[in-house]
Ligand binder design. Sequence first.
Ligand code: GLN
Length: 541
Amino acid sequence: MTRHIFVTGGVVSSLGKGLTSASIGMLLEARGLRVRMQKLDPYINVDPGTMSPYQHGEVYVLDDGSETDLDLGHYERFTSTPLTHESNYTTGQIYLSVINKERRGEFLGKTVQVIPHITNEIKEMVRNLATADADVVITEIGGTVGDIESLPFLEAIRQIPLEVGRENCMFIHLTLVPYLKAAGELKTKPTQHSVGILRQIGIQPDVLVCRTERALDISDREKIALFCNVPLDAVIEERDKDFSIYEVPLSLQSNRIDELILKRFGIQARPADLEEWHDLLHRLRNPEHEVSIAVVGKYADHRDAYKSIYEALDHGGISQRAQVRVQPIKSEDIEREGAERLLAGFDGLIVPGGFGERGIEGKVEAIRFARERGLPFLGICLGMQCAVIDVARNLADLADAHSTEFDRHTPHPVICLMEEQQGVVDKGGTMRLGAQPAVLMEGTRVAAAYGSTRISERHRHRYEFNLQYRAALEAAGLVIAATSPDGSLVEIVELTDHPWFVAVQFHPEFKSKPTAAHPLFAGLVAAAVERHAGSAWVAEA
Ligand code: GLN
């Protein structure tokens, strides 16, 4: 019998529902349960793949090529739950599916309505995850209780207990308990109102996770319990963590959320095995080195645009016992002020993925600087394409070399549209997406880092290294360190005469975990630690 946990949020957005859901998943796995996770997003876009990073933050790509919400990144970093296209649905996807059914005549002439047709579709998407090999399905509902667009989702999850039994369902509501300076106290009224809205819809939460900057005292908890109709021990404090998000599961555990869930479901489970997690926090708290890494991209001013990269850098730090200070820098600022000025003093550089021309020259310039100064560098997707452009222009004498994404008439299209992309007009879900195998050349830096010559990594791109320039670029010193198995697509390039110059066509950040840093992030941080320790690097003559 699969149990269901529904996570909703109230009062304000950005409460960290994704992190809390991931942490609950992690705690249940630590107790031996098999967990599945999914997120339901109320917006109308079919997936976030077509949304601007300013709107939505990073697009998180799964092995199966689904372009999903960045909360799924938390799920994968915290748990080992398998994620697929069934792990993230939007209102747009649900309507699209219902409308397609209507066009095929599947509703047999009935009037198609939000209730029951849309809600049935939502319930089906939740129940599809409740397979025999899942003990618990955690479904996070995006948005905030009270939003018009979340109503069909809340109505659908209200109905699920009627079908699978109330005792097999648990509603966890995240809420904000703000501190009012003028009054000098925490305020519980917003929580009461938000639970009031849920109860009007017919959902009585079983657990309230109270996000707060200050400790709740017993009278706050008693008040919340009484007015929101939950037992006192189900009012769980989740205080802001200023040190690390990886503290969240441990703090929830010390407030016994896992006990509460298991007791509620009547599941006997082994004690939590959290050794790995304690160990990683110990490493985070006791670094032996410190490095600073610049991330030069278009969206340096947006906290969530490169979320997985920032996380993966932390993982690299955990693995190398280094505190990694990450400094996002706008590539346009490099264009204005120069790489010499803005990148001096850093121990490493990342140029992340991206689309569109704005800031491109700044990225190429940052890479030139890293290449000439021996600054450890990792290029990701567009970052690799920019590295190829730099090498073409500055080492292979291919003046004005460019990607046809940015200059259709460049004399040297060293990056060009993949053949399979010619003629593609639809923007949604049409890139080269998801896990693809690559073969690494023996003796390369990356083969040593991976400890293998066969890898699988996640992709999201339309443009590729133009093989017509392979010989010219190799003659200039560029090492083609990996290709697709048939040799048609370049997957990794590196430079030998450099402490760490590695650029990849895929997104390694999506496969890094706090307990298992991705080898390329570990490698970058290790090289940065060496540089910081002062080992001077001099280019071969
Ligand atoms: N814009 C480039 C392409 O489509 C790079 C994509 C990316 O960095 N994710 O190939």
